[in-house]
Design a protein around this ligand. Sequence first.
Ligand SMILES: C[S@@+](CC[C@H](N)C(=O)[O-])C[C@H]1O[C@@H](n2cnc3c(N)ncnc32)[C@H](O)[C@@H]1O
Length: 246
Amino acid sequence: MTKEHPKWFQSWFDTPYYHILYKHRDFKEAEDFIKNLVSYLNIDTDDSISDLACGKGRHSIFLNTLGYNVTGLDLSKNNIEQAKVHESNSLFFEVHDMRNTYGTQFEVVLNLFTSFGYFENDIDNLKVIKTIKSSLKQNGIGVIDYMNSTVVIENLIAHNTYESDGVKFDLKRSYNDGFITKNIEVNDAGTSFHFEEKVRAFNFQDFETMLSNAGLHLIDCFGNYQLEPFNSKTSERLILIFMAND
Ligand SMILES: C[S@@+](CC[C@H](N)C(=O)[O-])C[C@H]1O[C@@H](n2cnc3c(N)ncnc32)[C@H](O)[C@@H]1O
């Protein structure tokens, strides 16, 4: 029997190279965003929060320092292993695929920093929204922080190189068939590796449709981590705030 080749999102995020390339997406950025988000959401400190696709837990860890009970879930074993170092009786991390229902409900479910749109099949992308819905307590709030695809596509840099921590990256970007793809050639001390990012270029209307198909509705939408209004032509981010219809 032939073994299925791992999907890009199963291998890339599990490497140290993802964390080197996105080094600037750090704890400071997470803290600034979470401060604004928590103040907007006005959640009680005994509320519980799920950080779906939490990575190494930069948002989860800060939320926990603010007093919230936080569960961080991610597919990457390496990320969760590193996040677990920070576990306490109110901060918990677990390997979990966001397409699958998680058996606990929360006041708030977060999906942050473009941790969405990774699947070829839109049924799988919708499953993530359904997971969020099934993880929300009554009157619970969901948050998806996504790229603003329109701006990303318009400003796509076809090719550039980057070097950090002694690792060289050769990056090629394209937009095809509704996906934004980044081809990533890594050269680490003479050894080469190849990775890819392939994310669906969902826009505001696509999210409205997906949320509605999952029995959710938008209550707000922001365009950056300062929570300024979303503008499809100029905003850096597409930050969706939503809740269940019933
Ligand atoms: C762009 S990173 C963002 C991580 C984190 N939210 C942050 O801001 O640092 C996307 C994360 O999604 C995780 N991921 C990818 N596919 C997943 C899946 N099917 N289920 C759960 N997590 C997944 C990756 O392992 C990675 O940690």
